[in-house]
Design a protein around this ligand. Structure first.
Ligand SMILES: *Cc1c(COP(=O)(O)O)cnc(C)c1O
Length: 412
């Protein structure tokens, strides 16, 4: 056995004793600041993934670290059995930021999605009058809402779903981007339509501009809740606080996570109107860690960072740069391209390479990115990234594509 352990070398990979539910790039990170990650050999990489948009404000943002550090010294957990001094303030500030009235704090994105599902079902029984046990929730093909047993049951990604049944009933899947398909799926028992305003994991799929407004109108007409999963799209990524703002839509419930924890602690929440969240009464839902003082301190600092619009504007401006730079690669190894703010899905010519192969080559050039679904690469760098870094990264992607193209020429 030559497998080194962390104790021996200080830089072993996680492969020996961690379940193989991920296939990480061969880089062992040790330190990170802003948009840069340093590995155990001292090599530096530009972080073009930003922890799937959980790292919107950059690694070690001084205001977030200061808020966490100060709170660590004061109090970190009392459970929801007791109130504490930061929960009310966090809730007030988060609901003000999102134009809502009430929030429920959780930890991970999947937990918050589960929470929204529970609220929607309870609302359907208590307010809409759906017969008990019959509530239906309409979801979209290509969705990604997390990894719990209920959520993977309405995924159509075989990797995420297969082998984890039996699946929770009550979910109806329709094609994404087609409001008529949603309309046809609505029945008197429909509690909610649950959608990502932009499908992140699917490859940054942006629906037609009239899709979300049409679904909103339909939900209002038919007495159905519109639940937007903004775990990845929300909190500045697309150039607005919420991605639904891009098309002027106000959902009934919004699910937040990822960047809400500032890349420091898991913080998620469901926000919405009082009359909807109000269906939950004491004892009916909860979380040991949800809304803990450390999470609230960091979450509050995140909301403060977003409250003057600086990061949203920065995402929009840098997003234009990203789109312009990437556009130059169209037809030069890039087949399709989708951007929303500082967020891109890039479909590489599958004849050229898989997304994984591209990401491996980018890593050797000092750029960390992540593939999704075959030949698609998704970019969601921290919003603190500088314009010249962004231009450099896309240039390197162009160089990798040119390299692969010339190899192909040799093979011919
Ligand atoms: C990441 C993600 C989730 C799940 O969040 P976790 O914190 O990993 O549970 C849910 N919805 C969307 C849209 C996501 O991108």
């Amino acid at each position: 056995m030559t497998t080194a352990t962390a104790g021996e070398t200080g830089r072993a990979s996680s492969a020996a004793h961690v379940a193989h539910n991920y296939n990480p790039l061969p880089v062992i990170a040790e330190y990170a600041a802003g948009a840069w990650i340093t590995d155990t050999d001292g090599r530096r990489y530009l972080d073009m993934l930003g922890a799937y948009s959980a790292m919107n404000f950059g690694h070690g943002h001084p205001r977030l670290v200061a808020a966490a550090r100060a709170q660590l010294e004061r109090m970190t957990l009392v459970s929801r059995a007791f109130d504490h001094n930061l929960l009310g303030e966090f809730a007030a500030r988060l609901t003000a930021l999102t134009g809502t009235e009430m929030m429920i704090p959780m930890n991970t994105g999947a937990e918050a999605v589960e929470t929204a599902i529970k609220i929607a079902r309870k609302w359907a029984y208590e307010v809409k009058g759906v017969p008990d046990g019959r509530a239906e929730i309409i979801v979209a093909a290509g969705n990604f809402h997390g990894r719990t047993t209920t959520i993977v049951g309405f995924s159509d990604d075989p990797g995420a779903r297969n082998g984890f049944g039996p699946y929770t009933p009550g979910f109806i899947s329709v094609p994404y981007g087609d409001a008529d398909a949603v309309a046809r799926a609505v029945t008197p028992n429909t509690a909610a339509v649950l959608l990502e305003p932009v499908q992140g994991e699917a490859g940054v799929i942006i629906p037609p501009p009239d899709y979300l407004p049409a679904v909103r109108r339909l939900c209002t007409e038919r007495g159905v809740l519109f639940v937007a999963d903004e775990v990845q799209s929300g909190l500045g990524r697309t150039g607005t606080t919420l991605a639904v703002e891009r098309v002027g839509v106000t959902p009934d419930l919004v699910v937040l996570g990822k960047a809400l924890g500032g890349g420091i602690v898991p913080v998620s929440a469901v926000v919405g109107r009082r009359e909807i969240l109000g269906v939950l009464r004491p004892g009916q839902h909860g979380s040991t860690f949800g809304g803990n003082p450390l999470a609230c301190a960091v979450g509050l600092a995140v909301v403060e960072l977003l409250s003057d619009g600086y990061f949203q504007r920065r995402a929009a401006r840098l997003g234009d740069v990203l789109a312009e730079q990437l556009n130059r690669l169209r037809g030069r190894g890039v087949n399709q391209l989708r951007t929303a703010g500082l967020w891109a899905g890039i479909d590489i010519d599958p004849e050229l390479a898989t997304g994984r192969q591209i990401c491996e080559r980018l890593a050797t050039r000092g750029i960390l990115a992540k593939d999704t679904h075959g030949s698609t690469i998704r970019l969601s760098p921290p919003l603190v990234i500088e314009e010249d870094e962004l231009v450099w990264a896309v240039g390197e992607l162009g160089a990798v594509l040119a390299e692969l193209e010339s190899n192909r020429g040799v093979r011919r």
